[in-house]
Ligand binder design. Structure first.
Ligand code: IFM
Length: 440
């Protein structure tokens, strides 16, 4: 049996644009995802987050569901365009009031609110001014963070600045698969830096709280022991993991990553003191893990999100896949956690997302198997000394899965989008049992 410490934090996660809907209500301004998802061909089926799971109106019902599952904590994101419809300046109190009501409701039910300040919904006016590739966006983010902190600091202890800056930078500005849909490799690297800078500047204004950031990290494996494949794995580990981890935790971009990117950028956008700002002390690191990456060297350039390394190919590891097509391999989570604890010791870690999309409406045995296997990897990592303090299942609710629209369902709670009826899937009942026992 795998047993977890009574202090282990059990949670579930969502994000604003994926569940809230109500995009034109109470003064909310447009975000890059409103614009992008309205662009023909950008999302599957032309889906948008305009209604999503209507959580903006149904948050009380959703918090009651969480309480029924016995969650200790709920990870959600705050929509910047609700708080500052133009991305700077004027604050709309109605937006802040929504998050005051939500956090009050959570606290009344004994659930700790774990907000993330930025989960990809940049106010459109800031993108019109250049978006994350522009340095000013980092300062605007810190201004917004201070506003939200002031409004919620009496209710919130753990703050996460950014969710998955890799996706914001490289899917948003290099592949164009995510909003704002740009395909400019150099801009993507600048965006990554300004996201990190925004994190560091925001960390300063979140003083007195516990501050973290969530990265989507993965276990990168070479396809063979050959030198070229080993080098491919080093490159991808660099542009996916270390380009964020090292500035945050070592106040430096890795030398090899800078060399790999030499044809893309000279890093002239990095100013004196930026790295010191970015490396502000972190109270915890959030990790979103879904699948490992198996890579090999390619003889021809392959279009990927991996800016600076076109001659790398992502391989099929031959393992079963989830409904969205991602390989299932819980060993990757164990390897990732062990590597983090070795390379960046003594940093409290939380799994802030882990889960699977499957098209099994309520009898979701495959999702239970996925969650069970990954939680066993967590328990193994803890037993080997990894300071893993908590786990958030992705996702509480079926929701708007970005470019995949509503077809991919990650929820442990089923949402009937026609009626907005919520129904617990078997995985939700199973997860509630795990939480109650503190054991698998
Ligand atoms: O739905 C997303 C989430 O917004 C960020 N992490 C990955 C999830 C599944 O793709």
């Amino acid at each position: 049996m795998s047993t977890f410490d009574p202090e282990f934090l059990w949670g579930a996660a969502t994000s604003g644009y994926q569940i809230e809907g109500a995009v034109a209500e109470d003064g909310r301004g447009p975000s890059i995802w409103d614009t992008f998802s309205a662009t023909p061909g950008a999302t599957d089926n032309g889906d948008t987050g305009a209604v999503a799971a209507d959580h903006y109106h149904r948050y009380r019902e959703d918090v009651a569901l969480m309480a029924g599952l016995g969650l200790d904590a709920y990870r959600f994101s705050i929509a910047w365009p609700r708080v500052q419809p133009l991305g700077s300046g004027r604050v709309d109190q109605r937006g802040l009031d929504f998050y005051r009501r939500l956090t009050d409701e959570l606290l009344e039910r004994g659930i700790e609110p774990w907000p993330t300040l930025y989960h990809w919904d940049l106010p459109q006016p800031l993108e019109d001014a250049g978006g994350w590739p522009e340095r000013d966006t980092a300062s605007r983010f810190a201004e917004y963070a201070a506003i939200v902190h002031e409004a919620l600091a009496d209710r919130v202890t753990h703050w996460t600045t950014l969710n998955e800056p890799w996706c914001s930078a490289f899917l948003g500005y290099a592949t164009g698969r995510h909003a704002p849909g740009r395909r400019e490799p150099a801009a993507a690297v600048r965006a990554a830096h300004h996201l990190l800078l925004g994190h560091g500047l925001a960390a300063r204004v979140l003083g007195g709280s516990r501050v973290g950031i969530t990265l989507n990290l993965t276990d990168v494996r070479p396809h063979s022991a050959g030198e070229a494949d080993q080098d491919a794995a080093r490159r991808i580990d660099g542009i996916q993991n270390r380009i964020f981890l090292d500035p945050l935790l070592r106040a430096a971009y890795p030398d090899d990553v800078q060399k790999d990117l030499a044809d893309v950028t000279d890093f002239g956008h990095v100013q004196d003191d930026d790295l010191e700002t970015i490396a502000a002390p972190l109270d915890f690191l959030g990790i979103n893990y879904y699948a490992p990456l198996l890579v090999s060297a390619a003889t021809e350039p392959v279009p990927t999100a991996y800016v600076g390394s076109p001659q790398v190919r992502v391989m099929d590891g031959g393992r079963p896949r989830t409904g969205i097509g991602w390989e299932i391999d819980e060993q990757g989570l164990f390897a990732l956690l062990s590597g983090l604890a070795r390379d960046y010791p003594a940093l409290p870690l939380y799994i802030t997302e882990n889960g699977a999309a499957f098209d099994e409406p309520l009898h979701d045995d495959a999702r239970i198997a996925y969650l069970d296997a990954h939680l066993r990897s967590c328990a193994r990592a803890i037993a080997s000394g990894v300071p893993l303090k908590g786990y958030f299942a992705w996702s509480l609710l079926d929701n708007f899965e970005w470019a995949y629209g509503y077809a991919q369902r990650f929820g442990i709670v089923h949402v009937d989008y026609a009626t907005q009826r919520r129904t617990l899937k078997n995985s939700a009942r199973w997860y509630a049992g795990v939480i109650e026992r503190g054991a698998l």
